[in-house]
Design a binder for this molecule. Structure first.
Ligand code: PLP
Length: 230
């Protein structure tokens, strides 16, 4: 049951917070890609207020069908420049900004809509070939560019760790991301850089211990994704 699973995840989040002596808050972002709208409605009844999707088309379809408690949609999958126009009106936050072209396009589209789009910069800390995200070396340049774009508000970093049987193995990756996050703060107004989005079903506890304050959890809430449905 979704409500039960959410309760259990929240308990595990709380335990990880206590273990690390943290008294701030963690956002549980429920990742609903490949799950039906009814599952989102059920999660929202169980108190979920932030939902993550990977594809713009899927957000668009689901946001139109959704009929439940108020929720904010987050885009966490790779975003192509030609999808920005559709994404901006729909989403509260884009976690996966990883190129100059995309950030400029977000700014342009947001300006036309008189919106300031909240974003995170995705960093490929693990340097995985297969993953999107900025290289660590590209981060300073993106930060400087972001500061010049009035309709984009950078609020932090997003990072993905490779899948490892033992999540302890990826702890150093989360630790590097947390350092980059801390360092980023001094480039912006005090208080602007506040979100470190890292940790998924199998590694969110380690991520929290290393400072994550948004965890993106799908499988542990909704079960395995059924890709045959799409
Ligand atoms: C699918 C996905 C998640 C959730 O993964 P689970 O292992 O199902 O919890 C988190 N972040 C991103 C970017 C994803 O694509």
């Amino acid at each position: 049951m979704i409500a039960e699973a959410i309760k259990e995840i929240r308990q595990r989040i709380d335990n990880a917070m206590v273990r690390s002596g943290r008294v701030d808050k963690v956002m549980l972002l429920a990742v609903t890609k490949n799950h039906p709208v009814e599952a989102i409605e059920e999660a929202a009844r169980a108190g979920i207020t932030n939902v993550g999707e990977n594809r713009v088309q899927e957000v668009k379809r689901k946001a139109a069908e959704y009929n439940g408690e108020p929720i904010d949609w987050h885009l966490i999958g790779h975003l192509q420049t030609n999808k920005v126009r559709q994404a901006v009106p729909l989403v509260e936050m884009i976690h996966s900004v990883d190129s100059e072209r995309v950030i400029r396009e977000i700014d342009r589209v947001a300006r036309n809509r008189e919106k300031v789009q909240r974003i995170l910069l995705q960093v490929n800390v693990a340097r995985e070939e297969s993953k999107s995200g900025l290289e660590v070396e590209e981060l300073p340049e993106m930060i400087e560019l972001a500061k010049t774009l009035p309709n984009v508000r950078v609020e932090g970093l997003m990072c993905m760790a490779p899948y490892e049987e033992n999540p302890e193995v990826v702890r150093p990756i989360f630790r590097v991301a947390a350092c980059l996050f801390e360092d980023m703060k001094r480039h912006f107004e005090p208080g602007q850089i506040k979100y470190l989005s890292m940790g998924m079903s199998h590694d969110f506890e380690v991520a929290i211990e290393e400072g994550a304050n948004i965890v993106r959890v799908g499988t542990s809430i909704f079960g395995q994704r059924d890709y045959s449905r799409n």
